[in-house]
Ligand binder design. Sequence first.
Ligand code: SF4
Length: 215
Amino acid sequence: MFGESCAGEEPSMIAASAKGAVVYRYKHSLYLNITNECTNDCVFCVRKFTRGIGGYDLWLQSEASADVIFRELSKELDGVTDEEIVFCGYGEPLIRLDTILEVTGEVKKSHPNIKLRVNTNGQAKLLYPTRNVAKELKDAGVDSISISMNAENSKKYFEMCRPKFGRATYEKIIEFIKECKEHIPEVRVSVVGGYANIVECERIANELGVGFKVR
Ligand code: SF4
């Protein structure tokens, strides 16, 4: 999701040519761009300003199946043992939770030492109220999760991220962060510099016992 991590990490990726890229590289990681759907409409979303980053067009013509994603990813994994794979693109990846679980399972089978991370807007409890998404991700093999907290309170989050789930969204994100901490080995929250009260957000992250990043 282009906000957590990607929207905030300014484009300095190596060039590539594919239109609607499903797989793209950034520094030492491989990124998977699996959807353009999102439950937010953040004021800072990079999708408002450009079709992609670093030469990659990230507007997908259609969503690839788990099989196609894994096949495209596999082309990049020959001889690779230590790269990180990140579900993060021009949309919210957890909208396709089952695809993430399937691709993660396949990667862990073929490359057990490769780490997988999900970058998310943290709205899993609203997307899947009857599922324990954090546990499902962990059971599939996800090693870390980065959640866009983006604000120090509900009012600010609502104004900045304009979530389709309404004003209660922020509280559900905090619940999800706590749930992730119970299950996923590495949990980090992030905020976009220049928008949130960084000091207060870091205090909340510390209170939650998770990592913190300004992007
Ligand atoms: S959460 Fe959605 S709208 Fe917000 S920055 Fe990420 S992709 Fe863009």
